[in-house]
Design a protein around this ligand. Sequence first.
Ligand code: NAP
Length: 364
Amino acid sequence: MEKIPVGVLGATGMVGQRYIYLLANHPRFEVTYTAASSRSAGKTYEEAVEGRWHIGSDIPDGVRRLIVQDANDVSAAKGKCRFVFSALEMDKDSIKKLEEAYAADDIPVVSNASANRWTDNVPMLIPEINPDHTDVIAAQKKHHGWNKGFIAVKPNCSLQSYMTPVFALQKAGFPVKRMIVSTMQAVSGAGYPGVPSFDMIDNIVPYIGGEEEKTEKECLKILGQVKDGKIENASGPLVAAHCNRVPVIDGHTACVSLEFDLPDDKKPSLEQIEKIWTSFRALPQELKLPSAPVQPIYVRHEANRPQPARDRDTDKGMAVTVGRLRECPVFDIRFVALSHNTKRGAALGGILNAELLDAQGFFD
Ligand code: NAP
């Protein structure tokens, strides 16, 4: 099958580099266009990332000599790619305007940035949970008068570790009422150079700007319903988040206490919950999308798992690993969940979104 030519905006950054690496042998997408800030524009990709290539493998040959363009020059992408992945780090208003300019110029945008997450006709996708949210794209195009272009986004990386387990429970008929979530988030989540080493080694930083608000709110859109060309947020669960930066390179971990919206005699047992999680499959598995995990949720029984160093790469770094499932004396159950923040939570999650959109015919 012919490959679709794709661009990466922010290709020189932490997430952009992962895109370049992960797309190197992709069966359906081929990187033909890279763009970043004016600091990198005009250099070959290899020159632009010299001294800051973070992937433990060489720059793919197909991209090494591509000339990096200025991402602010939308016209430079015209005719070079059919859609772009956006991994830009700029102020929100600038990213929103720029992503809309690409879409207006017939170039769909599959974004990692938060700028368009709260636009009610922009789907915020976790393909195992809400693949039908792409139904709003027609209304989005109509609203803007766009022809081929549109914007689809990924949620924040901090909630990827527990949203799929929570959704699997809700889908099995066990609605969740309230959750308390404490995250331990990797330094790669802050980009490069990120948090100064002096603040990070031998330390924990109990604050990540804007992260708790995103963790508490984004789940409501993800679990929402498409209605009249918009996504109507779900009314729950109510989430209280504590987000912490910890000295881990990759892998966000979350400790979750959860209460079901059910009378005691209708609540699931721990055995039932484990079965729901391990047997959970969704559309990406049915469609056999290339980046989809074979099994979205893995359950570990060792008392000291999951751990970022040991479990973040489970099933291509796309699965959630859950452990320490036990009763909670305050709520109903508690568990620890882990996902890879720059794979599932960023670049590979974005690629999975694009694979879903491709399978649904949005790039035809
Ligand atoms: P990063 O390492 O700081 O990379 C930022 C990229 O944006 C670079 O390519 C940079 O180009 C480019 N850029 C910066 N200013 C620009 C400008 N004025 N015009 C055009 N391009 C500009 O950031 P990151 O960690 O990769 O994050 C990228 C995006 O993904 C952010 O929106 C972030 O919130 C989101 N995200 C990150 C993670 C994660 O785990 N890191 C997870 C989920 C979502 P130069 O190299 O030329 O400066």
